[in-house]
Design a protein around this ligand. Sequence first.
Ligand code: ZN
Ligand code: FE
Length: 755
Amino acid sequence: MQGVGFRPYVYKLAKKFRLSGHVFNDTKGVVIELEGESLKIDSFIDALKNSSPVESSINAIRKKEIPLKGEKVFSIAQSKQGENKFVMMPADIGICRDCLHELFDKKNHRYLYPFINCTNCGPRFSIIKGVPYDRPKTTMNEFKMCLECSMEYKNFLERRFHAEPISCFNCGPTIKLLKEFKGKQIVYSKNSKTDLAKTAKAIHKGKIVAIKGIGGYHLGCDAYNTKTVRHLRALKKRLTKPFAIMAESVEGIEEICFLNAKEKEIIQSSRRPIVLLKIKKHFPFMEAIAPGQLYLGVMLAYAPIHYLIFYYLKKYSAKSLLVMTSANKENFPLVSQEEELSQIQGYADYFLVHNRNIQTKSDDSIARVFENKEVIIRKSRGYVPDFMDFAHKKTILACGAELKNTFAIAKKGYLINSPYIGDLKNYKNYEFFLNTLSHYKNILDVEPLVYAHDFHPEYLSTQYALAMNKEKIGVWHHHAHLAACLFENNLKTKAIGVCFDGAGLGQDNAIWGGEFFLTDQAGFKRLAHFKYFGLLGADKSAEEPRRMAFSLLYDIFGENMFKYKLECFDAFDIKEKHIFYGLMQNDEATLSSSAGRLFDAAASILGIMQKVGYEAEAAILLEMLASSFTGKAESYEYKVNKEKNTYIIDWQPLFAEFIKDVLTKKDKKLIAYKFHLTFARIIGEVCVLLRKEKGINDVALSGGVFQNFLLMNLAVAELKVQDFRVYYHKRIPTNDSGISVGQAVVAAAQISADF
Ligand code: ZN
Ligand code: FE
């Protein structure tokens, strides 16, 4: 990997062991030629294995003896291009300890400099325009290094030897705080030292500031100022979706959230994701930030600009927390260019802009900890690109799904993911997809030979692939989910795959999402699923849990359904009742087995929510309710029937009992918990049935529903009691942004099987 300070490290090590020779990058990795006593060479290699620069990792070391050349010194040689320009471009790195120290060291010439960075930290992916990764191929090419910076840049012994974004007050980018943004050319002046202090003052006064960071803009404001936070919600028309917050230190976070050692490690890591943490106590200010949540998305400051804002805020308050939410219109891509600021005009009172251009935008990543392991929910800034080892050699482009789209490229033994793109139904997101794709193709020197895609004909990602005059491989949505899970767990044999998801097209044109497969990376056979029910309206069924409740209640009670006093009925007017009743009566609803929709129905019947404000909100609130249950409970009834060769899981007895509990006004927390427990029991029992038939003991879990951590906990526990080996997602999201990786995996496996 380039840009992580490996060559300077090797240089210093060679000096230490008094070895001569040289080091250079080529397209396959780092080449080191050493001359000296063999004992010292062995010590050198040991040292290299045991401690390499923080941001690097060594996959393998290969040794070869060559004739002596009689080199007198050790040197860093020019990078070699090799036969093609495939280069592993590095991800963005949060500010390192050394730079943070210098940032606040009065004697340092970069004291309070908003763009401080070094060989170990700073922007990478976001500023790369071309390869090899050298300054002229980054957006820093516009800035000519001053003498002082260029001395550091050229000196092997400096912390900033070949730190491509190196700069200082004399020669680097400049920030500017704008009161309003009128789309005019911004005039930057060198003298902007007071702008960050003004930013802090505005935040303190309850203003909203659009702040340009690494992967794009945030909308930032004082997290303690409930009035401002609610104002921001109203402006963004985002009434309930939780905001992420940014803190200056782990100590600051510990006052409001629980952090175990693993969570501390991840939140402080140089990737600096948002980590979902358990809230300690629901302080009043949190209700505006994360309504109804038990977990809060928290990140640590990661750009020097963030630390400086916290620094200037100290003038007003000893401790600060910022709401830092992606600056975008709902379902639009993140704003990263000044020309795009008009999209968020009206959201911000001030704009903190700077003139280091962001070449490729990326949202903050989101992670959480499960079984003491990092589980990535949104893989973007700091985590992209991730070069995952991939046995297949043919160049494949996997176009991903629609919601939460990402793409992935397989080339030369690697599988490389795109940043998080978002919902392709919005044309702006599709543009983001196309632009990022052409950037990747250019950087990675890729011309795909194979296009892998979802089978859903309406996904723009599918249409993109189908328009290509190349080999195309369609991959079933839930197979892609599971294949991604098998791949990241390095499972090459057959497994029982459990895919609980929101929606994906199935082989029989029904919308699947509650499936049990016998699966491997190349194929699958559906062995069990939830009994079909009707989806009232395609996309609307996910937005309105009341529709799911209506559908299930009709199935269970038929014409008697309205006799039951359930809150969900109040959500319909007479006309709607007639329309939906007619649709059900005439069997006009699309059929589905989606577990996600069953959770929606439960949330509606329980009276939690009838229309969601953001994706999966009802199911999330059901989970929160269930998670706050303490005590012992039993699961609900359900039936598993065998029809032909498939097990059908009948949810009718489950919902019948569930509704009885609702009507008799049992504790809602208990009801929600029993519902979760029942799904875990279903997973356990069906897997046992399938093991008896197939003799397979490996279970892979995938699909968006497994973002539900209570269900994850209960299901994994259930399966472990039954002695299954359980595999789940960590490095690749379990939701639809993991689909592209799965598509590449399936396509590669199918191609290999052909040969
Ligand atoms: Zn640094
Ligand atoms: Fe899905």
